[in-house]
Write a protein that binds this ligand. Structure first.
Ligand SMILES: CC(=O)[C@@H](O)[C@H](O)COP(=O)(O)O
Length: 257
């Protein structure tokens, strides 16, 4: 069971709700994935007017916990303001904190991220910081009050999968007691299984499901991959070896040389 900020969750897959072909496909994908947490963008929903309200009522009907995000925010002030609005609109103190530092890579502005995290943690928010795989930034986020870390594995929407396994492995080893969620850049279920096999606690993804030819089937596949990766990690995988090790005992051979 995954525990985040004192809440036990049945699924280790967190799912974004943007870019789906239709609300019906979104709803079916959420159900097929087995997720218990969906992220929603306040900025997008508020901009949607009536459509935004219809979207929000759809999200509420799914029975998953809502994790609002500050997607698209470029400054501390913007992210903090959006988070406070999200708390009012969605009735939760959970916030996925994004402070974007670069339009092309959508890379986090880690300096603004730490500052915004500190302000929000002091204001009682449960902050899920979208960060990089930098260990020093991770330490600053924990010092700021974050109890969860969400490093990217590749740029948002890139579908590249884990581009720096060494960095992710280091982060896992460096923060053994901190829930770590890979967020952004996952492209296929095998990517999710790979990072779960590293010992990450969960994954958060959106584009790879929403933009798949069959989002519902892809959501189901990611759900299975996350479960498989977690079970493999918990089962103690065999470490790779440089030499052959016979799987059949050498004793009892028919011919003695
Ligand atoms: C939904 C959300 O929060 C995204 O910003 C998240 O980072 C997912 O990224 P991908 O779209 O690459 O899965």
């Amino acid at each position: 069971m995954l525990e985040l900020y004192g809440t036990e969750l049945s699924s280790r897959l967190l799912l974004g709700t943007a870019q789906y072909p239709s609300p019906a496909i979104l709803a079916d994908a959420v159900k097929a994935s087995g997720t218990s947490v969906v992220t929603v963008s306040l900025r997008r929903e508020m901009a949607g007017g009536r459509a935004g309200e219809q979207f929000w009522s759809l999200i509420r009907s799914l029975g998953a916990r809502t994790l609002p995000n500050t997607a698209g925010c470029l400054s501390v002030k913007e992210a903090v303001t959006t988070a406070k609005m999200a708390r009012e609109v969605f009735g939760t103190n959970w916030i996925k904190l994004e402070v974007i530092g670069n339009h092309d890579t959508l890379q986090p502005d880690v300096f603004g991220l730490v500052e915004a995290a500190r302000i929000l943690c002091e204001d009682g928010f449960a902050v899920f910081p979208y960060t990089t795989d930098d260990l020093v930034v991770a330490e600053r986020l924990l010092e700021a009050g974050c109890k969860v870390l969400m490093p990217w594995c590749a740029p948002i929407g890139s579908a590249l999968g884990p581009v720096n396994m060494t960095a992710l492995r280091s982060m896992r080893g460096y923060f053994p007691g901190v829930p770590l969620i890979v967020d952004a850049g996952l492209g296929r279920p095998s990517h999710a299984a790979t990072v779960m096999e590293l010992g990450f606690d969960a994954v958060l993804l959106n584009t790879a499901v929403a933009k798949a030819a069959d989002p519902v089937g892809m959501a189901r596949a990611f759900g299975k991959a996350v479960d498989a990766g977690r079970e493999a990690f918990s089962s103690g995988m065999l470490e790779p070896r440089d030499v052959a090790v016979p799987s059949t005992p050498m004793v009892g051979r028919a011919v003695f040389s």
